[in-house]
Design a protein around this ligand. Structure first.
Ligand SMILES: [Zn+2]
Length: 331
């Protein structure tokens, strides 16, 4: 894409101003929630910096030699680093190779752009290796780091980058954009994606609404002791593209709203029937404490904590919310 998403215009203008003033930072850390298009924004900025004849608002022309080379993935002054396999680390060899490439002279454009997406996936050796490069910036080389979990990046890396924060778009902005991509279910799927529009599109494509229904059914089953918490945790953990704890958090908030304010205040209206069933099964006195515990687990997920252990702990606590503890079947 050659223009940023509508909700990124402020960041775009800010960078274009700096570009025009010849004051682009040598290392820029783009961070914010997952699924809002940070990596696309970084690609768009890279295109803009490398294009030979940008348009009025700085967007790449798509026609020049530089743009054509980028489109075919062959631009010699653009280097993109990401985990070689989904969910795996960015390894030190990848960073070493990058540094070697950076030692060569530019080929075509004024700038050289290095894009590191999922930067929080760098292992310690890779981070240390990159750190040296950040400490000794090269003229006209711009390193763009993109990450959704900034606290996982070493403080030493963070402190050597200028930070550019991205937030969730407003609900109306997200829905308006989503309606240009999906025919229906936009409200429902945006709720499932916690307000992140690109994540919503991904979820639609991966049929995640159905899988979300399965997660909700798992939660009901656990209260009835029809499933075992450790087995459910293992199953959820395997599906790395779902966000069961965030969903559970919103459902817990909805349960509290349902209890204290009534049906009209429930956000996830599509889950009303199941929420009402849950409300009858749960010891509400324990729900507030569980809400706090869940919030803490979600915070820990952003760190290097063991994700499977977190899921197991939460699901064990969830089973203890059942009012009918004595009737629970024995394992
Ligand atoms: Zn161009």
């Amino acid at each position: 894409m050659s223009s940023p998403y509508p909700w990124q215009s402020q960041q775009w203008q800010q960078l274009q101003k700096r570009h025009q003033a010849g004051a682009m930072p040598h290392a820029l850390l783009l961070h914010g929630p997952e699924g809002i298009g940070k990596a696309d924004f970084a690609q768009t900025i890279a295109r803009s910096l490398l294009c030979e004849q940008t348009g009025e608002s700085g967007e790449a022309c798509g026609q020049c030699k530089s743009c054509q080379l980028l489109n075919t993935g062959n631009h010699p002054d653009f280097i993109h680093i990401q985990p070689e396999e989904a969910g795996k680390a960015i390894k030190v060899d990848q960073i070493r190779e990058l540094i070697q490439q950076m030692g060569l002279s530019h080929h075509l454009s004024t700038y050289r752009v290095v894009l590191i997406t999922q930067a929080e996936q760098m292992n310690l050796a890779a981070s240390n290796s990159l750190l040296k490069t950040l400490e000794e910036p090269q003229a006209n080389t711009i390193i763009l780091l993109v990450c959704s979990k900034i606290s996982r990046l070493p403080a030493t890396i963070r402190s050597r980058c200028q930070k550019l924060r991205f937030s969730l778009p407003s609900h109306n902005e997200a829905i308006a954009w989503l309606q240009t991509k999906l025919k229906d279910q936009t409200e429902e799927i945006l709720t499932a994606a916690n307000g992140a529009p690109l994540l919503a599109v991904h979820m639609f494509e991966a049929d995640i609404l159905k899988r979300r229904q399965v997660v909700l059914k798992d939660l009901l089953d656990l209260l009835k002791a029809d499933q075992q918490p450790l087995a459910v945790a293992a199953n959820w953990y395997k599906q790395s593209d779902i966000q069961p704890l965030s969903w559970l958090y919103y459902w817990v908030c909805d349960l509290i709203r349902l209890k204290t304010a009534g049906e009209n205040y429930v956000v996830d209206q599509s889950a009303m029937h199941q929420l009402q069933t849950l409300l009858k099964t749960i010891d509400l006195g324990k729900l507030y404490q569980f809400h706090d515990q869940l919030g803490e687990a979600i915070r820990l997920q952003q760190t290097s904590a063991n994700g499977l252990l977190l899921l197991e702990g939460i699901l064990l606590s969830w089973t203890y919310l059942a009012t009918n503890q004595n009737n629970r079947k024995l394992a």
